[in-house]
Design a protein around this ligand. Structure first.
Ligand code: ZN
Length: 87
């Protein structure tokens, strides 16, 4: 079994017209302990591991996007692994 070569995937990323304003990636789903730093997933993927985090994201990204755009109406686009969504 190999434990090297971790796959780093961004599960969800949000953008305003200029730049990335938030993302959920390996730093979140691979986190060991510690607090969740206000990730856009609401902590749901925190420490969940890749496969569980992918399932969470596919199931719930719509709600996360709604919540994020409520807080920041400037968000115009989102990448949801493995696709891109533009509003
Ligand atoms: Zn997250």
């Amino acid at each position: 079994m190999t434990t090297g070569d971790r796959i780093m995937i961004t599960l969800m990323a949000l953008y305003d017209a200029d730049s990335c304003v938030g993302q959920c990636n390996a730093e979140c789903y691979d986190a060991a302990g510690a607090e969740c730093g206000g990730c856009i997933c609401g902590g749901m993927n925190h420490g969940a591991g890749l496969s569980r985090a992918v399932r969470n994201t596919l199931k719930r990204w719509g709600g996360w996007l709604d919540r994020a755009t409520e807080a920041n109406p400037a968000i115009v686009a989102a990448d949801i692994f493995p696709e891109s969504v533009t509003r």
